[in-house]
Ligand binder design. Sequence first.
Ligand SMILES: [Zn+2]
Length: 314
Amino acid sequence: MIAVGIDVGGTSIKGATINEKGEILDRFSMPTDKSLPPEKIIGELCDLVNQTLSEHHYDDKVVGIGIGIPGTFNKETGVIVNLPNIPSWNDFNLKTFMEERCHLYVKLVNDADAAALAEAKFGVAKEFNYVLMITLGTGVGGGIVINKNLYNGNLGMGAELGHMVIELDGKECGCGRHGCFEAYASATALIRDTKEAMAKAPNSLMNEVANELGQIDARVPFIAEERGDLTAKEVINNYVKYLSEGLLNYCNIFRPNVIVLSGGVANEGENLLSRVRSYMKAHHYGMENAPEVEIKQASLGYDAGKIGAAALYL
Ligand SMILES: [Zn+2]
């Protein structure tokens, strides 16, 4: 059995054929030309899928196409509701168009949900029934997987885990509210806090590290702290506090077996995860009696979106 998994991004569309073990067989990709109408660009995508399948004689083994979307859509009709990065696709019926062109079933999935499903079925969380995945990138994305099935609410528009308010009247969030988890736990938030601390403390080693890297990114405070910088340590401790408080809220609501962290900041690995674990241990509701929630780093990297989209069938 084989399924096609596609990950739509703002600069490129990447896809793969994937077997029932979640292994990638063949890859294909094309640029996301936002100036083209959706019929044209998705038409090209369908040609690419059809060509890949016929080249490898998969035709009779393929069960369907899963396509990960960086935005919202109507799960039942397959119509795109809002793609902030590719607005020309809004109101387009992606599902019907692709099903007619590829003669296969097509399912749409939110890209963060796809990554969560991939980790829960084939990645670091495959042993567990209750899985939460949180992506700490430009924003904060999330996915909830219960017994290997995604939970994403009415019409698939729930599980917006980044937009839980953790500080009333707090920092402004991209969604229009104030004090969302995303405004404190995203890589963007960490970079904002780093810049603010650097401006206040010109002698901080973070300035030196930023010069070496040629930019201010989420690595700056971690590298500076390793060199003994106390301002960097403060920035990280504050970040860990907000991140962990948000994760504790999820624990109290879902009591998952595991929370998987991915995205730019999660690349710090154990250096970050160990601090989050110890903060959570100290502040966990019912921790002495409740089952422990494991905190793990995602394992599938950039392939998670494709594997998860295909995993809707596998
Ligand atoms: Zn928000």
